[in-house]
Design a protein around this ligand. Structure first.
Ligand code: 5AD
Ligand code: SF4
Length: 471
């Protein structure tokens, strides 16, 4: 049994790691043929992509997928720790599974992902959820076949959580959700330690994949006819810093762009590591989408300092303007937290001010959530929740106004859309534009997911646009 330990997870030194290929363990391969699984994923794209590996590992064991958890022999929750409501959702699901397990004695229940890395969660599972069959952490995913095998064979709770990142595992099997757009991890973990954020504790230090491994994965996607690749990392702009002297995110982006895949996206970018060369590369290659997610978190330099964000409102705006100027038509989205401990009305007004200045194309807005073990958790926090929620509402009103304003500018324009499907409600096709806007549109010719078509925009809404395919 390995239990999570925050003291270990907090250590900031960068340890050397090896690249290890996942070996197909033939002893357990197909051992559980005939059994079914249901996998529920919470949280970010990183988790969604981990689930694509987890599914493949379950299929490797012989399990097949079902769409309803009540029909499954194994229910696995891939969890998220970022805010308290993510915790609540997972524990709510565990509550339903407890009932199901009373009826179905042989039901297997497992929990993995970020919550598994939290000592307090694992303590609670050891104390109050003894019926959960296994828990494994974000650094142990490759061990899933053995952990499940042990949980079944020994009929005993398995807790396998490495608190520190180990070697970097390559060659995990993957079952991608789509056959036209794909996620590719380029860097794991985060070294930034923003004071509110639990990610550096749950995902470990920054570890870049070798460029050869990333490029080989993209090459395979090109060969398989994929149209879009999203390069993934908690902070993609730090790519390469831990393993190369002179190969950066800008170089990787350029090498991926040269491979000719029609669309390249990347997420998430920390403003601190966003170099001029990166901006130049984005501007130079038409297949790098003009769409940048640039989390600001707050418009008050005082709060940014308390958050440990390493930039000021002024230096953020300088970067923002540079991207807007050099990348024609670029859309910029952001993340904003309101109600960070000690945030005053004046600080909040500065955030509103920044929003008015930046006129974001999209924004994900949150009320600060205390994460146990993070420095911000210990700060005095005199502002009542009700007031924070009011700030969130005011912020949302402001950001929404600009989504609509920006969308209206596209009416009459032709944009390229990657078709995702047909919406049930409107019987219209839908997909995303190069600038990552949701487009609902009609088409006289029949289209299939993965098609790239030009669409003339006819109407703008706050969160989407309507259009007609150009014939
Ligand atoms: N409380 C609220 N929001 C948070 N985020 C990260 N940690 C917290 C927290 N403790 C938000 C940040 C980040 C996004 C992924 O989630 O805005 O960019
Ligand atoms: Fe969390 Fe992002 Fe800050 Fe890293 S850069 S600590 S993931 S908010």
């Amino acid at each position: 049994m390995h239990l999570p330990d925050y003291k270990e997870a907090r250590k900031r030194d960068i340890r050397p790691y090896k690249r290890i290929d996942f070996l197909e363990n033939s002893e357990v391969k197909n051992k559980y043929q005939g059994m079914t699984f249901y996998l529920k994923t919470y949280g970010c794209q990183m988790n969604e992509h981990d689930s694509e590996n987890i599914e493949a590992l379950l299929v490797f064991l012989g399990f097949s997928k079902v769409d309803n958890y009540e029909d499954a022999d194994l229910v696995l929750l891939n969890t998220c720790s970022i805010r308290e409501n993510a915790h609540n959702k997972a524990f709510g699901m565990l509550g339903r599974l407890k009932h199901l397990k009373q009826e179905k004695k042989n039901l297997l229940v497992g929990l993995c992902g970020c919550m598994a890395q939290e000592a307090s969660v694992v303590d609670k599972i050891l104390r109050d959820y003894k019926w959960v069959n296994f828990v494994f952490g974000t650094h142990n995913m490759y061990q899933l076949p053995e952990i499940i095998d042990k949980a079944i064979e020994e009929n005993k709770q398995q807790i396998e959580v490495f608190s520190r990142e180990g070697d970097l595992i390559e060659g995990l099997p993957v079952l991608r959700v789509n056959d036209y757009k794909a996620y590719v991890n380029i860097i794991y973990g985060c070294n930034k330690f923003c004071t509110y954020c639990i990610v550096p504790y749950t995902r470990g230090r920054e570890r870049s994949r070798l460029k050869e491994d990333v490029l080989a994965e993209v090459e395979k996607l090109v060969d398989d006819g994929y149209k879009e690749v999203t390069l993934l990392g908690q902070n993609v702009n730090a790519y390469g810093k831990d393993i190369y002297d002179d190969y950066t995110m800008a170089d990787l982006l350029e090498d991926v762009a040269k491979m000719g895949i029609p669309r390249i996206r990347f997420t998430t970018s920390h403003p601190w590591d966003f170099t001029d060369r990166m901006i130049d590369v984005i501007a130079k290659y038409p297949n790098i989408m003009p769409s940048v997610h640039l989390p600001v978190q707050s418009g008050s330099s005082r709060i940014l300092k308390l958050m440990g964000r390493r930039y000021t409102k002024e230096s953020y705006l300088e970067l923002f303007d540079k991207i807007k100027k050099k990348v024609p038509g670029v859309s910029i989205s952001t993340d904003i937290i309101v109600g960070f401990p000690g945030e005053t009305e004046e600080d909040f007004l500065e955030t509103l001010d920044l929003v008015r200045r930046c006129k974001y194309d999209n924004a994900f807005t949150f009320v600060f959530s205390k994460r146990e073990g993070t420095p911000a958790c210990r700060l005095e926090d005199p502002v009542p929740l009700k007031e924070k929620e009011e700030r969130l509402q005011r912020l949302n009103e402001a950001v929404n106004q600009y989504f609509l304003e920006n969308n209206k500018k596209l009416v009459g324009c032709e944009v390229e859309v990657l078709v995702e499907g047909i919406s049930d409600k409107k019987k219209m096709y839908y997909g995303y534009s190069d600038t990552n806007k949701l487009i609902n549109f009609s088409s006289r010719s029949e289209l299939t997911p993965g098609d790239l078509v030009m669409v003339k925009i006819t109407d703008a809404k706050t969160w989407s646009l309507d259009g007609e395919a150009c014939e």
